[in-house]
Design a binder for this molecule. Structure first.
Ligand code: GRG
Length: 282
């Protein structure tokens, strides 16, 4: 029976996907310190939102649950890129964070040099996984192109550069939106758009709009959570710039617009992506 709920989808798919990630890295990485450092952050409690979103899109395009395994390399690559970005973001020279998800950050556990290399290893291995996947050449090329575009210096890396160099400057709404789009939304957008490409679905304006909106919504929710915890009072965030109430309003509008966009998508089972929007209500 077709799965209609995103969290039910995760319950059914995640155990096998997590096993796949661990088996694959354990087999491939021979340098033990590097392998330990890469696996430490990969298994440190991440929610796997991006790879599950990617697989949910593939499934919504009509690929059967039993056949999702063929897409695990690409889903895995997306999670490797995400994990690398968090390891590097926590470094003393970036956000300087000792903890991530309640556990010691990678550099606190292994040292700064190993943490940089664990991030480098995850990033490069991601593209090795895509190149070696069993999908057709055009699908692998699309996955490499979109992921590199959105996670690299035309996307996430650019956003991170703005973030660390503009720390002491007051960004206006347009600048802040660009920063969030690049730093956070672009990788989430990639999960959705690469999913559509890999499943052979014609990428529509609606799906791109859905992806962009949830990407930005993701950052706003994170900022609102931090504001509730009394964090980030001096940082460039929407709650600091326009206030908490206006940020909540903006988040509601983004979700509404994402919903309208996905409901217009043709030849696509909308249930999972509609149900994913509950993530923002929690
Ligand atoms: C180092 C190039 C480079 C980029 C780092 C992603 C990022 C850019 C920085 C993280 C800053 C941050 C906390 C942004 C808020 C949104 C976000 C990406 C939260 C973390 O994503 P989750 O909640 O993480 O999906 P888990 O822990 O579940 O994997």
């Amino acid at each position: 029976m077709q799965i209609k709920n995103f969290s039910e989808f995760c319950t059914q798919v995640l155990p096998e996907f997590n096993q796949f990630l661990n088996d694959k890295l354990n087999n491939e990485i021979k340098q033990t310190t590097l392998r330990d450092a890469m696996l430490y952050s990969l298994n440190a409690g991440g929610k796997r939102v991006r790879p599950m979103l990617f697989l949910a899109v593939v499934y919504s395009c009509g690929i059967r649950k039993e056949d999702l395994k063929s897409y695990f390399d690409i889903a895995g690559a997306i999670e490797l890129v995400h994990t690398y970005s968090l390891i590097h973001d926590d470094l003393p020279e970036m956000d300087d964070s000792d903890y991530r998800r309640g556990k010691l950050s990678n550099h606190k556990k292994f040292g700064t040099g190993p943490a940089v290399l664990a991030g480098d290893g995850l990033l490069t291995q991601a593209f090795y996984w895509i190149a070696k996947s069993n999908l057709t050449t055009d699908k692998r090329m699309a996955a490499i192109r979109i992921l590199a575009h959105n996670a690299g210096p035309m996307g996430m890396v650019a956003g991170q550069m703005t973030d660390i160099t503009m720390e002491d400057k007051h960004l206006n709404e347009e600048e802040l939106t660009t920063l969030h789009k690049e730093k956070t939304a672009d990788l989430i957008t990639a999960a959705v758009t690469v999913g559509a490409f890999c499943a052979g679905h014609d990428l529509s304006k609606n799906l791109v709009q859905y992806a962009n909106n949830i990407g930005l919504a993701f950052q706003l929710k994170d900022d609102l959570n931090d504001a509730d915890d009394g964090e980030d009072i001096d940082k460039n965030t929407f709650p600091n710039l326009i206030g908490k109430k206006a940020t909540e309003q903006k988040l509601t509008e983004l979700i509404k617009s994402a919903l309208n966009a996905v409901l217009k998508e043709e030849e696509f089972d909308k249930n999972l992506l509609v149900s994913f929007l509950d993530y923002f209500k929690e």
